[in-house]
Design a protein around this ligand. Structure first.
Ligand code: S3P
Length: 423
């Protein structure tokens, strides 16, 4: 796809539903008792894999326009799919689903596409096996993984790496244990699972960095709406900050405090952006506004990383066009996403004349006046693709990006929406 630089971004828009909340909505709805109706579930490749997995396990799920109706089968009511469950390229589907499968009475195999097959699963296999699940995998703890029935017991587990996916797998498995399962994090990761399990009636307690669930738990169907995805909104907000005379408003976006790290980072860089019209609820949402203005490089430390893990690629773009130096420490988890995002972003930004260097666990970016148009590659990674599309909009001279269909993983319609706000 060719990308011509933009003069400005302006307008009021919505972005599609939050991916993390959508996955969890399908999962909780499927194992609750009763009928759950959810509006705004993200219609994307990744969530489709979660949806199909539950359909294959006998759960009736109907989609009509924006509404998804899930006829919950109850915690133990899933049926043996009789074939491997394909989770495509979706790490969240494979990792979080494993927790639910650990509590079922049938053997299940989870497979994925080539990209997912290279992503580490030992991080969920280890705690689930401590809970009594019987799991085998390809050598080194990679997919496919096979989960056989086991008697699930409660554990108290400290996450070696902050990860919402791992925390969620353990909490879902904890639904099937008797007694209190506790997960402790060193740094808080997104908390959508604990919020939603509680909303569906499970006995979940949060005490600082410790989250616990008391099992065996029952869940009751609940209706709700999924707010827009702040990770998707962040590409557009960053574009508005970087392009002169721009101002955009993105309505009804999740402003869950474990996800708003990007707004804090942009504000610390001096950007004019923030959330207004905040509505509280089991998942808070609000409108995000961003407008153009100068930005300055900052230091970002490892405690901030879990809260901006999916926004780091667009932060690299912001830092490349900020005045001065940005230093990011402790972002190694980025190397095990859909691509090694430190490498895929650096390869692209280098081509545009950015100054990004890597020194052990430190990423150093010295801002430049202008990026120049270049032939860019998505490497099949949705967030690398959208970050580089924004860089290309802000560059001098035209760019091209290959394989842009990967944006369907989280943000179908990204390029169409961009056309409506750019000039
Ligand atoms: C997610 C958690 C994060 C994030 C991913 C979605 C989730 O991954 O990068 O896009 O929905 O729980 P980790 O848990 O591996 O940090």
């Amino acid at each position: 796809m060719d990308i011509i630089p933009a003069k400005r971004l302006s307008g009021e828009i919505n972005v599609p539903g939050d991916k993390s909340i959508s996955h969890r909505a399908i999962m909780c709805g499927a194992i609750a008792d009763g009928k759950t109706v959810v509006s705004g579930i993200l219609d994307c490749d990744d969530c489709d894999y979660t949806l199909r997995a539950f359909k294959d396990m006998g759960v009736r799920i109907e989609r009509a326009e924006n509404r998804t109706t899930i006829y919950g089968a109850g915690p133990k009511g899933l049926a043996d799919p009789g074939k491997p469950i394909n989770t495509g390229n979706s790490g969240t589907s494979m990792r979080v689903l494993s927790g639910i499968l650990a509590g079922q009475d049938f053997e299940a195999t989870l497979t994925g596409e080539e990209g997912l097959s290279k992503r580490p699963m030992k991080r969920i296999i280890d705690p689930l096996m401590l809970m009594g699940s019987v799991i085998s995998s390809a050598p080194g703890g990679f997919p496919p993984i096979r989960i056989s029935p086991g008697k699930i017991k409660a554990i108290d587990y400290t996450l070696p790496v902050p990860s919402a996916q791992v925390k969620s797998a353990i909490l879902f498995a904890g639904l099937y244990a008797s007694g209190r399962t506790t997960v402790e994090e060193k740094i808080r990761s997104r908390d959508h699972t604990e919020r939603m399990l509680k909303y569906f009636g499970a006995d979940v307690k949060v005490d600082g960095l410790r989250v616990s669930i008391n099992g065996p738990a029952k869940m009751s169907a609940r209706d709700f709406g999924v707010p827009g995805d702040i990770s998707s909104a962040s590409f557009l907000a960053a574009g508005a900050v970087l392009l002169n005379n721009s101002k955009i408003r993105i309505s009804r976006v999740s402003v869950n405090p474990t996800r708003t790290g990007i707004l804090n980072i942009m504000s610390r860089m001096g950007a004019r952006c923030g959330a207004i019209n905040r509505v509280e609820g089991f998942e808070p949402y609000g409108d995000i506004e961003a407008e153009s203005g100068p930005i300055t490089g900052i230091d970002i430390n490892e405690n901030e990383i879990p809260g901006i893990i999916d926004e780091l690629p667009i932060i690299f773009v912001l830092a490349s066009l900020a005045k001065g130096r940005t230093v990011i420490t402790g972002a190694d988890e980025l190397r095990v996403k859909e691509t090694d995002r430190i490498a895929s972003m650096k390869q692209n930004l280098d081509k545009m004349g950015a100054k990004m260097s890597i020194d052990r666990n430190r990423i150093v970016i010295d801002g430049v006046e202008k990026l120049k148009g270049a032939r860019l590659k998505s490497y099949g990674d949705h967030r690398t693709c959208m970050s580089m599309a924004m860089a290309a909009l802000c560059a001098e001279g035209a760019s091209s990006i290959d394989d842009v269909e990967c944006v369907n993983k989280s943000f179908p319609g990204f390029f169409k929406l961009l056309e409506t706000i750019r000039s």
